[in-house]
Design a protein. Structure first.
Length: 245
């Protein structure tokens, strides 16, 4: 099974997964081709070792706990996509229920959105000392973020079967520093992030933007709304949000 093909000095070199070989068309370039094949084979081998060291492991069980989200939890959805992509088993529970009993998962991620629930799972680590436990969310730590390779994942919409909308951010942060708002502390200055085409699900005709100040960049806002119109998408804020004027 071939992984790539490339040209060296005008001569076609065909590289296989289990080694490299080439057809020498011009005797003049024999040594150059041999050197290139050796170099490329070494690079492939080193990269393969790196990938295997990072991901070649037995599948693990990852359990997600959505402690108090009012809408589908985007961070947990991205974690689910990441681990499922590596062949792992992913399960989820909601509220203050742990979601497992006799059999214990290898990793547990807990998301707590509201500060009043910050200590909901303080005793989890003592009950399951052999499980890697990671507790995050705005209710616990405003600075904690997903790893870049996880943040870039599309959401796993299957975690919330009743959800009927694509969910994501097209921008982060805000230019205001309102005393009652955590956005400035959590996300910093306003900036564009991902175009919704990167995270929307074509199966849904609704799309929900979680942007904290979606109108801050007029050009970006118009570009995104034009795209939504072109896809015949119905867009808006999460239905559980209320706006007080």
């Amino acid at each position: 099974m071939y992984v790539t093909k490339f040209l060296i000095q005008g001569l076609f070199i065909d590289v296989g997964r289990n080694g490299a070989y080439g057809w020498i068309i011009n005797e003049k370039h024999r040594q150059a081709i041999i050197d290139a094949v050796i170099t490329f084979s070494g690079a492939i081998e080193n990269e393969s070792k790196s990938i295997l060291q990072r991901y070649n492991r037995n599948p693990i069980w990852v359990h997600l706990i959505d402690a108090d989200s009012k809408i589908p939890n985007l961070a947990l959805m991205k974690l689910s996509t990441f681990y499922k992509a590596h062949g792992d088993r992913v399960t989820m529970s909601k509220g203050d229920e742990v979601g497992f009993c006799r059999n214990v998962p290898d990793k547990v991620y807990v998301s707590i959105v509201f500060k009043k629930n910050a200590h909901m799972f303080d005793d989890l680590a003592s009950h399951y000392p052999d499980t890697q436990i990671d507790i995050g969310g705005s209710g616990v730590d405003l600075k904690k973020k997903l790893l870049p390779e996880i943040e870039s994942m599309k959401p796993d919409y299957s975690l919330y079967p009743k959800n009927n909308a694509s969910i994501g951010f097209s921008s982060r942060g805000c230019f205001r520093k309102c005393y009652f708002c955590i956005v400035d502390q959590k996300e910093g200055k306003f900036r564009r992030t991902d175009h919704p085409e990167k995270w929307y699900n074509p199966a849904f005709k609704n799309i929900t933007f979680l942007d904290n100040n979606i109108l801050a960049d007029e050009a970006w806002f118009l570009e995104i709304t034009d795209w939504c119109i072109s896809k015949d998408l119905r867009s808006g804020l999460p239905r559980d949000w209320t706006l007080d004027w």
